[in-house]
Design a protein around this ligand. Sequence first.
Ligand SMILES: [Zn+2]
Length: 272
Amino acid sequence: METSWARLKAHELRDLAARDAVVILPVASIEQHGPHLPVMTDTRIGEEMARRAAEKAWPKRPTIWTPVMWAGLSEHHMAFGGTLTLTPATFRAVVVDLIEAITRAGFRHILISNSHGGNIVPCKQILDEISPRIAATVVFATYATEAGAKFGKPLEDQPNIMHACEAETSMMMVCAPDTVDDSDLAAHNVPFGNGPDFLSAGKAAYRWRPLAHATPNGVLGMPEKATPEKGEALLEIGSQALADLITDPETWAPVQDLRGQGTGGVPFGDRR
Ligand SMILES: [Zn+2]
């Protein structure tokens, strides 16, 4: 089984489109991840999640993954250096073009698999915009939130993903151990028990702020608590959640048309 779009030949991809394979389009970032993790952290984790999810889903449904779109929306990290961000308009244009190219290659079910918090709002907005206009179903997921409470089980100090934290450090100890500086992880701890709420104000209001508002070193969480065993468990939990999403027929089920007598007449189209 070869699940990497980039490693397949064109005729093999035509065959997979004819078999109605699912395509995972991973979106990530290149951004600072504290003093101990490389800037590729979200990109490397995103690739690993996509590959494992495709391999888990394959027995039920052929699934492949494209190269990770490594340039994401990371303006809030820029002040720490090492960060390469797009502007929202560019990000939108690239994601829309890639979705259209995947659709033109014959695929009808696309999962945008995200591994970076800053991409969540714009990706949902892109789906809102393009879904009524394309003959494909596009679903968006972030591995840690798709896994939900399960993702917190191996973790001691946080309920879910934070930043350069117990979880991301653990996963990078598995994905790219030579890039993790574990010489003094305790020195980089930034206790942050309430999750990344630096983008809030009042009771339920939103306010943009840079990450430097919440952390002195670019970390949110306790990298000291990281272990490779936790990392392997988290990679399995996150990728299984994505595989379950991919293989659930409800994920791709046609849109219902519940219009009753007297409310029809406007073309509903063939939206899937
Ligand atoms: Zn990250």
